[in-house]
Design a protein around this ligand. Structure first.
Ligand code: B1M
Length: 209
């Protein structure tokens, strides 16, 4: 089995203790961090499909997610790159009702790597908490919202509305996550949408330039 296939299989199987070592071995062997990440994302797609098919349940999905996060932790210093530039401040969080954070963490890592100071509010973040965080950080220039569930898309919409209604200005709002589309972003009045972490990093740089 190739190293990437081995990583994928072990993420799928939720081998939290094995995955970090395999990821480090792959880096040492010269694999690109982005290829390793792609193998782990593929694993999560398989896990999601098996969950949809009723072949596995929430605990298996949870442990696979933990294994992926452990692998991402090993990749983080490589993906983070040079942070010397200072492009501003970004507040990020997964919206209320949603506990998925692996994608949001990757987005935070990639936006941070382009030179933003990141304030990560975590998961299940209420609209009030987002508004409060912006008030506490008046120099914020990006607010980034993530949602992974179709059932939390309304929560994203309410969050954007609450931020707009607060009257606070001087920042742009970017949204993303598996069920989110450009069309939905436009509908809820976000300033930008990105399909993945790399795209989010490119987009926020455009938004502040
Ligand atoms: Co959940 N879950 N989950 N889950 N889970 C999905 C999302 C699902 C698609 C699985 C499936 O059914 N096939 C499905 C959602 C269906 C839907 O709504 N359309 C689902 C479900 C149903 C659920 C529960 C409701 C299950 C239940 O309890 N019955 C439950 C909900 C809990 C809650 O949130 N309230 C639940 C729970 C969980 C766990 C806690 C067990 C675990 C999360 C662990 C964690 O995050 N710490 C989990 C997992 C692991 C998954 C899957 C398998 C993997 C998610 C993941 O990490 N992917 C997922 C299936 C799948 O994704 N194929 C699934 C890898 C990650 C790198 O990708 O998060 O998409 P992703 O992030 C990408 C992009 O989306 C984008 O960039 C990221 C990186 O490139 N992106 C942004 C994300 N945020 C962005 C923000 C941006 C821009 C881009 O700008 C700001």
């Amino acid at each position: 089995m190739s190293k990437l296939a081995e990583i994928k299989a072990n993420v799928e199987a939720g081998k939290t203790k094995v995955v970090p070592g395999l990821v480090q071995e792959a880096l040492d062997a010269g694999f690109d961090a982005k290829e390793i990440l792609a193998a782990m994302v593929d694993a999560m797609s398989v896990v999601g499909d098996k969950f949809s098919a009723g072949e596995i349940f929430v605990p298996e999905m949870l442990i696979a997610g933990k294994a992926m996060q452990k692998g991402v932790d090993v990749l983080s210093p490589v993906l983070a790159g040079d942070k010397s530039a200072s492009l501003g401040k970004c507040i990020i969080g997964t919206v209320k009702g949603d506990l998925h954070d692996i994608g949001k963490n990757l987005v935070a890592l990639m936006i941070g790597s382009t030179g933003f100071e990141m304030i990560d509010l975590g998961v299940d973040v209420s609209k009030e908490t987002f508004v409060e965080a912006i008030k506490e950080n008046p120099d914020t220039n990006i607010v980034a919202l993530s949602a992974l569930l179709s059932t939390t898309m309304p929560s994203m919409k309410e969050t954007v509305a609450a931020i707009r209604e607060s009257g606070l200005t001087g920042f742009k709002i970017i949204v993303g996550g598996a069920p989110i589309t450009q069309e939905f972003a436009d509908e809820i009045g976000a300033d930008a949408y990105a399909p993945d972490a790399g795209g989010a990093a490119i987009k926020v740089k455009e938004l502040v330039s």
